[in-house]
Design a protein around this ligand. Structure first.
Ligand code: SF4
Ligand code: SF4
Length: 211
């Protein structure tokens, strides 16, 4: 299947959260009341109105200490298990755009069992509006992409961490970057590539570096 992909280069992410804010702005989603939980991760999790979240993690101690960042969002799986789960209950509630591969939640998701759809996603992505019961997540900025624009989160990224384009182009970019990065960071890996080619029920839309 052809289509579009994100390539996220974590070695270039500075956790500025520009992508998180750009998503809020473009989607015209409200801010959330939050409190300090001892982390810069704010709000503390994805929600019905927060479709993109930069996650922060502290690992190791002393010289081994690392402060890790990861912009989290829907991976737009090639064979999306959330859609499989939805189709078994109500066809048409979750759609997949044939041109881009974007996985899109419609208003009809309010008639789906949330636990079934959420439980099918390997990445804990779907969220539910407590009032309407409709589910939400990143939709790849399908309106922008169909108009020839980059997703808002990619457009705003100042470091080159967020990339988006034709799937083949993104995979080539990822492989070239891995080759360059390995010279100084031998533990770097490009993940989810084989599953993309094999077409398993695993994500490939977003590719992460592990350093
Ligand atoms: S592609 Fe659009 S909807 Fe998805 S995380 Fe980026 S800005 Fe938000
Ligand atoms: S990451 Fe989760 S919500 Fe997104 S397409 Fe895959 S299964 Fe569906």
């Amino acid at each position: 299947m052809s289509g579009k992909s994100f390539f996220i280069d974590l070695s270039r992410c500075t956790a500025c959260r520009g992508c998180q804010i750009a998503c809020k702005q473009w989607k015209q989603l409200p801010a959330e009341q939050t409190r300090n939980t001892g982390s810069h991760q704010n709000p503390p999790d994805l929600s019905f109105v927060t479709l993109k979240l930069v996650r922060f993690k502290e690992v190791g101690t002393g010289d081994d200490f690392k402060w890790l960042f990861m912009p989290d969002q829907c991976r737009h799986c090639v064979d999306p298990p959330c859609k499989d789960a939805a189709d078994s209950v109500l066809k048409g509630a979750i759609l997949q755009d044939q041109d881009t591969g974007a996985v899109i939640f419609t208003e009809k998701t309010r008639d789906l069992p949330f636990d079934k759809v959420h439980g099918a996603c390997p990445y804990d992505i779907p969220r539910q509006d407590p009032k309407t019961k409709a589910m939400s997540k990143c939709n790849m900025c399908i309106d922008r992409v169909q108009a020839g624009l980059l997703p808002a989160c990619v457009k705003t990224c100042p470091t080159g961490a967020m990339n988006f384009g034709e799937r083949d182009e993104m995979l080539s970019m990822g492989k070239a970057r891995l080759e360059a990065l390995k010279k100084t960071r031998p533990k770097a890996v490009l993940v989810d590539v084989k599953s993309a080619f094999a077409g398993f029920h695993f994500p490939h839309g977003i590719t992460y570096w592990s350093l």
